[in-house]
Design a protein. Sequence first.
Length: 400
Amino acid sequence: VFAHVVQAPEDPILGVTVAYNKDPSPIKLNLGVGAYRTEEGKPLVLNVVRQAEQQLVNDISRVKEYLPIVGLAEFNKLSAKLILGADNPAVQESRVTTVQCLSGTGSLRVGGEFLARHYHERTIYIPQPTWGNHIKVFTWSGLSVKTYRYYDPATRGLNFQGLLEDLGSAPSGAIVLLHACAHNPTGVDPTLEQWEQIRQLVRSRALLPFFDSAYQGFASGSLDSDAQPVRIFAADGGECLVAQSYAKNMGLYGERVGALSIVCKSADVARRVESQLKLVIRPMYSNPPIHGASIVATILRDRDLFNEWTIELKAMADRIISMRKQLFDALKTRGTPGDWSHIIKQIGMFTFTGLNAEQVAFMTKEYHIYMTSDGRISMAGLSSKTVPHLTDAIHAAVTR
Ligand code: LMR
């Protein structure tokens, strides 16, 4: 009965790791998925995460009962404060409902399904380009996906005029997906002044902002600065949605821990919204897993662990910045044709190199360097040792 089922293609991002794993070459390098690696090329478990896990193991009163449908209450409260700010009026007035979800993707999906059921406008505008999974997440949530201009290939920077024009002509009430910081895949963010202009436009057109916050702490190295765009929207009295992920900033990738917050007009509306979110979640996965959320809550509630986390996070962000500088310097020294200054201008985990699909395929075939076909490289996967290899590959790709 399944004989007609056709072979599906690999995922454009996670499939890169599948191909990398099959490559026997000793010089292979995975710059595909956005996952942090140490200078030795190894995955990193943060020291604070180890400490929190130790505390959890030592506490024999802990049990493995089901969490409520909306997840761990303390985790939800602390997550809302982390992204929105403890002094945010929306938080103070209890106008925010937060539910624990399966990392960023699960938060986007739950938010998308809630909107498809309860919001009057079904169109969501996403930036062009964006994280590839956004299109599928929102389409399968029952929304209709359109794009707004975001990236200008000529300047390798923001197409701010195009963004304003496209959002300005979006139908009133349309949903707008905004990357909170460290835009994936381009590494190009609006300035705070531009964010304020975007906010005014969004509110004047009655658009509904939906933030994807997957990299809080990775853009500037400061959790508060990176949350600023979200906070100005959440503080202006209007509604917004925020999907949060702890995959990158706490290195909890496989624990699948994240949260969806919906800022509402009143505490009463927030309560009703939460009751409907439960109806979305229950038939999807019933309730979320307990371990990752317990780690996060342990760290966020404890001042010492929290401070230590910010130091470890900053160290990850700084290592990535240093990789940008090293790659840029190496390409300049090598005399590789082109202006590579975008490598040091872009921020977050990724550089949107400008290399095309054919050049990427060449680098994979000849140099065993794995990256997504849009020319995005994960700077977090690079180390001082591998910069020369990547430089050789880029040089060969652009001069052949
Ligand atoms: C990425 O863009 O590489 C990450 O967000 C991982 C993923 O799930 O795609």
